[in-house]
Design a protein around this ligand. Sequence first.
Ligand code: GDP
Length: 308
Amino acid sequence: MRLVALAGGTGAAKLLRGLDTLLERGAMTVVGNTGDDAEVWGLHVSPDLDTVCYTLGGLLDEERGWGLRDESFRTLGEMVRFGEPTWFNLGDRDLATHLHRTRLLAEGRSLSEVTAKLAADLGVRHAVLPMSDQPVRTRVLGPDGWLGFQEYFVREKTQVEVRAVEYAGAPEARPAPGLVEAIGAADAVLVCPSNPVTSVGPILAVPGIVEALHGTRAPVLAISPIVGGRAVSGPAGRLMAARGLPVSALGIAQGYAPWLDILIIDDEDAALAPSIEAAGARPVVASTLMTGRVEEMRLARRILETLA
Ligand code: GDP
């Protein structure tokens, strides 16, 4: 089974960890969102790629849900002295990833080459690709103007009214090398339970990726990140509402309708099954809350059974 998975951060990482326990080495190609990438202290930070790699490498700080285990923040403390911005919370161990990535990029390597090396060095058993080697940056329009995604998410803690979202640079970007081919050769494409506007949206905005989803013979299966009319975590609900989508699994089906084949919805949303079918996707009702390893594996197994 060759799977391609379109992935944001936390929700995706949990599902991918469940799938990793059931699949052979190399069976997955993870396509990570880089619309959240940011420059911090002159370093290139790729938060979603790092969350996926730290999780699949068994290195994630599971209590915080981001960054590395056994982390310390002494460099951050020193940066205060110099008046550098410290709201992004870069840890000392985490810094090594960003220093290495930034040096390799400065030497002229592409983000996909660098990401492949980081994933292998961090112990990931699968291929990890950024959505594009070209910069795409998600920006959010608040009442006082445009904010970079991390300014919105980390600095403002999403407590800003969102009037618009844009993916700067997307029209000029190209899918990472091998990405379209991987979708074409896959046995299935998964759209992880990730924020549809700020994690999956930027991936879909790269010209050529939606066309690949239309063109592949593989079934495209998404897992709803919305359960019981609310996001399990994060601002997905508010961002979907700002886009005019219903905040429900049906809204996910409608947003992905042109190319979606199967939508996994939570037991709690079973009553939405007929309307999801009417929106054009086959609904599969399952327990989708990944509160621990057992639940992650159970959902992963259910997905593989659905695709069998
Ligand atoms: P965020 O919205 O910026 O936090 O970005 P992510 O793309 O990392 O989004 C995580 C998404 O996954 C959110 O929309 C959550 O609702 C969803 N999510 C997180 N954990 C779970 C889970 O255990 N089950 C399901 N179905 N969705 C989840």
